[in-house]
Ligand binder design. Structure first.
Ligand code: PNS
Length: 165
């Protein structure tokens, strides 16, 4: 069985991420979306909240599983019994960082390969960071992420607090 891992922060998940999840689900028998418990950053949603949100928006996608992880992506990939990392590439600006990450991961774990999917054109500009910025100024984020997620972002920003996890 060909298992791939799609690691990321998903804070919050956008239509761009969902595009990569859906398309990788067609390429692999199973895709495990790894949600990073990122201690260094101060995310809008805790890792548990991000996992719950992702589970809701991927309901009905039979070969997609959502799991939290901390530490190195390649170690998580091994724990999952996988040897492929999926990442989305939006533009040339992503390339340098993604190449560096893929090459580092390959030195750490030569059995793990990174497969890049180019983001669909309609989502090529989209990032979780810009979504949060637009939302923080009360802008319309409905074109960027599913209605349920947009509501969660608005509620969290209205609450005026971050998860801190
Ligand atoms: O959604 P993001 O924030 O672009 O995802 C980045 C992620 C989670 C893939 C990356 O930060 C990562 O793999 N972090 C885990 C730590 C790690 O393995 N670092 C080595 C790769 S340079």
């Amino acid at each position: 069985m060909a298992i791939a891992v799609y690691p990321g922060s998903f804070d919050p998940v956008t239509y761009g991420h969902l595009d990569i999840i859906q398309r990788s689900g067609k390429l692999f028998d199973k895709v495990i979306v790894g949600v990073l418990h990122n201690y260094a950053k101060s995310p809008l949603f805790s890792v548990e909240e991000r996992v719950n949100i992702l589970e809701k928006v991927t309901q009905g996608m039979p070969n997609i599983e959502i799991r939290p992880f901390s530490g190195l992506s390649v170690e998580f990939v091994h724990e999952c019994g996988a040897n492929v990392i999926v990442r989305g590439l939006r533009a040339i600006t992503d390339f340098e960082y993604e190449l560096q990450m893929a090459q580092t991961n390959r030195v750490l774990a030569p059995d793990v390969d990174t497969v890049f999917l180019t983001t669909s054109l309609e989502y090529a500009y989209l990032s979780s960071t810009t979504v949060k910025e637009v939302a923080s100024f009360d802008g319309d984020i409905s074109k960027f992420l599913p209605p349920f997620v947009a509501e969660e972002v608005k509620k969290r920003l209205q609450g005026g607090h971050k998860s801190g996890k």
